[in-house]
Design a protein around this ligand. Structure first.
Ligand code: CTP
Ligand code: CA
Length: 230
C-alpha cells in the first residue's frame, strides 16, 4: 500500500489540518512549548494536496517548524495560517471549519497556558519562583462542538499503553479516526514520536477497525493513513 501511486481521490475536498506545537508566553522574551516539529502534519498536508484536496493549514510557529511544500501545480490549494498560542489556533481553525469536509488534528497543543504572562522581561532573582498554569483551549473539542458533518482524525502520542489510551481518546473526543503512536520516554531516543523523521503506530476507527502501520517515513505513514480513510 505504501508504494501505491497517489490518485486524485480527494479532488474537490477541503481539509482542515492543525499542525506543529503551540506556545504559551511567560514574558516578553520567553515561552513554553514542546518538541513537535510539524513534520507529521506537513506529510498529511502534502499527501492530501497530491490527491487533489484544498488544504487549510493552521500551524503553530516555533523555531525550525516544518511547513508543507505543495506539489507543483497545487500551490494555490494550500492556505497557510500561522499562530502561536492554543487560543489563537482554536480561533483560526474555527474560522476555517465551515469550509472543510474533514479535520486532521496533528497539532501538539499545549494543555496548559501561563495564567498571567508578564508584559515586559522578567528580571533575574535569587528567590525561588513558581509559574501558575491554567488549562488552555482544546482545539479539537472546540472544532468538534462546532462541527456540522465534518469527519475528524486525531493523533495521539503515548508513552504507555498506546492502543488502549488511543481507543479511549477516540471515544472520549468523538472522533472518526485516531492514529496512536509510541513516543519514547525523555532521553530514550527512538524512531517514532516527536522530532524524528519516521513514525509507526495504529490507526483506529470509530467502527472498531484497527490497522497497524509499520515503521516508515512520515510521508509513508501519511500515504497509508490517506489510503485507509480517503
Ligand atoms: N488536541 C487539541 N487541543 C488540545 C489538546 C489536544 O486539539 N488542547 C488534539 C491533538 O491535536 C490531537 C488530539 O487532540 O489530535 C489528542 O491530543 P492529546 O494531547 O493526545 O490528548 P489530550 O486529551 O490532551 O490528552 P493527554 O493528557 O494525553 O495530553
Ligand atoms: Ca495533550
Amino acid at each position: 500500500a505504501a508504494l501505491m501511486p497517489a490518485s486524485a481521490d480527494l479532488a474537490g475536498r477541503r481539509i482542515l489540518i492543525t499542525a506543529g506545537p503551540t506556545t504559551t508566553p511567560i514574558d516578553a522574551v520567553r515561552y513554553i512549548t514542546n518538541h513537535s516539529t510539524g513534520r507529521m502534519g506537513a506529510a498529511m498536508a502534502e499527501e492530501a494536496l497530491r490527491r487533489g484536496a484544498v488544504v487549510d493549514y493552521v500551524l503553530g510557529l516555533d523555531k525550525g517548524v516544518v511547513r508543507p511544500v505543495a506539489p507543483r501545480g497545487a500551490e494555490e490549494r494550500l492556505h497557510l495560517v500561522e499562530v502561536r498560542t492554543a487560543e489563537e489556533m482554536a480561533a483560526a481553525a474555527l474560522e476555517k471549519l465551515p469550509l472543510a469536509q474533514g479535520v486532521v488534528a496533528t497539532a501538539a497543543v499545549m494543555d496548559y497556558a501561563v495564567a498571567a504572562p508578564v508584559a515586559g522581561k522578567l528580571k533575574r532573582s535569587t528567590e525561588a519562583a513558581t509559574l501558575d498554569l491554567v488549562p488552555s483551549a482544546d482545539v479539537l473539542a472546540t472544532l468538534r462542538d462546532a462541527a456540522t458533518d465534518q469527519w475528524f482524525l486525531g493523533f495521539a502520542a503515548e508513552t504507555d499503553e498506546v492502543e488502549a489510551h488511543g481507543r479511549g481518546k477516540l471515544e472520549a473526543k468523538k472522533l472518526d479516526y485516531l492514529f496512536a503512536n509510541q513516543v519514547a520516554r525523555l532521553g530514550a531516543g527512538g524512531a517514532t514520536g516527536f522530532a524524528v523523521k519516521t513514525n509507526a503506530g495504529v490507526l483506529l476507527s470509530a467502527r472498531g477497525d484497527r490497522h497497524e502501520l509499520a515503521l516508515g517515513s512520515k510521508q509513508d505513514i501519511a500515504r497509508q493513513i490517506w489510503n485507509l480513510i480517503a
